[in-house]
Ligand binder design. Structure first.
Ligand SMILES: NC(=O)c1ccc[n+]([C@@H]2O[C@H](COP(=O)([O-])OP(=O)(O)OC[C@H]3O[C@@H](n4cnc5c(N)ncnc54)[C@H](OP(=O)(O)O)[C@@H]3O)[C@@H](O)[C@H]2O)c1
Length: 293
């Protein structure tokens, strides 16, 4: 994380709107780093610990917005942000609004029009990681705003800026969450399969983790193939993958484990093969996801 000064006395004032699980963690990280921190929440009780730690609880969202030039909002969804901020759009003039609420890229682009100096962000972390090096946050929107507030935002976790399209951080967010769910579902399916043979998930986990580590190497190689549009099978051809996928489906059925997940993998692969990629690398499956196969 960025920390360019040894003293906290010149830290810029910040406002955090929304004190749910994540908003409280964001406000606590700013406080801990020495930022004068104003907070607001629809249900004010949630500010008690933060106020005890030095935060100022504003009586209204408008008062909170006016207290700082860097305003971070983290509510449950975009509809909540519209509800909470729509009456106060005039107060946002001249301030940087950083929306850390999850939403779609189009919602991010819509909210970007609400302030001259807007950043949309996504938090790739759980609340307890905020302020630690393992937390990473994605930003897009105003480059000037990111540059101006980089140090402050860096106190929440490692901050990456993706460019001036305010929707990009949200797009990265959902794509990365897809990677998480896909990986976890594969692990959970495997745990169910081995569990049917009385193997504990904790016995399976180290092997799953080792294999996930190997798969990260495939990601780099396949990314280069996707960008080149050249799917030469340098490890295994798609038809070889398909043959093994069928074992996963059959083993699942035999063990009484749900076959939906492996059957979907098989169906996607068959579509790629039908489109002519039988001898190509696994990366050619991207053509199915692109809707071209
Ligand atoms: N928690 C995580 O691990 C995590 C990780 C990454 C991203 N995020 C994202 O961070 C955002 C907040 O998550 P969270 O875990 O903090 O959720 P949460 O604990 O459910 O908190 C939701 C917050 O939204 C406020 N809110 C809801 N509707 C509102 C409305 N109409 N007007 C004003 N305030 C409203 C709530 O106020 P009240 O207290 O008054 O109900 C509360 O402050 C979400 O977009 C989530 O996807 C969370």
């Amino acid at each position: 994380m960025t920390d360019t000064t040894n003293t906290t006395s010149h830290r810029e004032p910040v406002t955090v709107l929304g004190l749910g699980l994540m908003g409280r963690a964001l406000a606590a990280a700013f406080l801990e780093a020495g930022h004068p921190t104003t907070v607001w929440n629809r249900t004010p009780d949630k500010a008690t610990d933060l106020v005890a730690g030095g935060a100022v609880l504003a009586p209204s969202a408008a008062d909170a917005i006016r207290a700082a030039s860097l305003v971070v909002v983290c509510l449950s969804d975009t509809a909540a942000v519209r509800d909470a901020l729509a009456p106060h759009r005039a107060d946002l003039a001249g301030r940087t609004l950083v929306n850390l609420t999850s939403g779609t890229s189009d919602e991010a682009r819509e909210l970007a029009t609400w302030s001259d100096d807007h950043l949309d962000g996504a938090i790739m972390a759980i609340p307890e990681s905020i302020g630690r090096p393992e937390a990473f946050l994605l930003f897009s929107g105003s480059r000037a705003a990111f540059d101006r507030h980089r140090d402050s935002l860096g106190r929440l976790g490692n901050a990456t800026f993706f460019g001036e399209d305010p929707g990009l951080a949200s797009l990265y967010d959902v794509a990365l969450l897809g990677v998480m769910w896909g990986t976890l579902n594969a692990f959970l399916h495997g745990a169910a399969l081995l569990g049917a043979a009385k193997v504990d998930a904790t016995a399976f986990a180290p092997f799953a983790n080792q294999w996930i580590g190997s798969v990260t190497g495939f990601v780099d190689a396949y990314a280069a193939q996707i960008d080149r549009g050249d799917y030469q099978a340098e490890d295994a051809a798609l038809e070889t993958h398909l043959a093994t996928m069928k074992y996963l489906v059959r083993e699942s059925a035999a063990a009484g484990v749900d076959t939906d997940w492996p059957a979907r993998l098989q169906a996607l692969t068959e579509r790629a093969i039908d489109a002519g990629h039988a001898g190509a690398s696994y990366a050619s499956l991207v053509e199915v996801f692109r809707g071209r196969a």
